[in-house]
Design a binder for this molecule. Structure first.
Ligand code: FES
Length: 283
């Protein structure tokens, strides 16, 4: 039985208390409209592209690079971060939430520089040396294939090249750009309850097992523990790009979702604007 929820509108420039404490859309660089109808979410963006306006990073303007919780309207009492809307994500809060989970995993909706994200904690360091058959969650480096079945590359490349160090497995965490590669809705972490989102896990990046990111628009599923190299296309200009991301496990989405590099600064999760082109496929 699905929970009913809808995504909050991003706060506007004018009025409200939130703008005083964060800088996500202070230059009106992105216009969102979130509409809930018949249980579906549609998301439309203005003509302003993500990449040219990505901001809020300490490196380029002294702004705020923290990833912040984003609590969908109606989910305040059902998600573990329900009281932390727009607060910076702390690493310790994920560790605490994961300790309440049967799999030791925890995930949350978030926003970073105006971009919708999901952050997922996986007890990788604790479980990576156990036998796969024990079904203990860990990240997996997998091969990536296009929707046509063409081999793109191996996620092991992330582990081998220094330039991907902030992207590759570290701190038991990943940050995921959360626009569905089907029609650009926003997949969520355990916002609906079904066999794909149950707190269970099996290896291989296959559609069975739970703890998938689930897109409620047309039921695409993504495995946040299955990392791959893949290829996608910008919807506006057709330009292709390769990226590292999580694997599509099922549904109409052609490929998986890109990863966002990050650091843990003290206890605050901060994302980095190193691979901006990866987040433009919905422009
Ligand atoms: S937009 Fe996500 S499944 Fe269609």
């Amino acid at each position: 039985m699905s929970r009913r929820f809808r995504l909050r509108e991003l706060p506007s420039e004018k009025g409200g208390q939130a703008e005083d404490t964060y800088k996500i859309d202070r230059r009106d660089f992105m216009r969102h409209s979130f509409n809930a109808a018949a249980g579906l979410i549609t998301v439309s963006l203005g003509s302003v592209g993500f990449a040219s306006l990505l901001m809020g990073t300490s490196e380029n303007d002294g702004g705020d690079s923290s990833v912040r919780f984003w609590v969908p309207t109606g989910a305040e009492d059902t998600v573990w971060y329900g009281t932390q809307h727009l607060e910076p994500m702390s690493y310790s809060s994920f560790v605490d939430a994961a300790s309440q989970s049967s799999t030791g995993m925890a995930g949350a909706q978030g926003v970073w520089s105006g971009l919708p994200v999901n952050v997922v904690y996986v007890p990788h360091d604790e479980n990576k040396n156990s036998a796969v058959e024990e079904n203990k969650p860990r990240f997996q480096y997998l091969d990536g294939y296009t929707a046509e079945g063409d081999y793109v590359g191996s996620a092991y490349e992330m582990d081998e090249k220094e330039e991907y160090s902030a992207l590759s497995i570290h701190d038991n965490l990943i940050v995921i750009f959360s626009r569905c590669t089907h029609l650009c809705c926003i997949p969520g972490w355990q916002l609906v309850q079904n066999d794909y989102t149950n707190d269970t896990w099996i290896p291989g990046g296959i559609d069975s097992g739970g703890n998938k990111l689930f897109c409620i628009c047309h039921s695409s599923r993504f495995d946040p523990t299955a990392l791959e190299k893949n290829r996608n296309r910008n919807r506006s200009n057709g330009a292709e790009f390769e990226y590292f991301g999580i694997k599509k496990a099922g549904g109409p989405a052609p490929v998986g979702l890109p990863l966002i590099p990050f650091t843990v600064n003290g206890d605050v999760i901060e994302a980095l604007p190193d691979y901006v082109d990866w987040y433009t496929f919905c422009d």
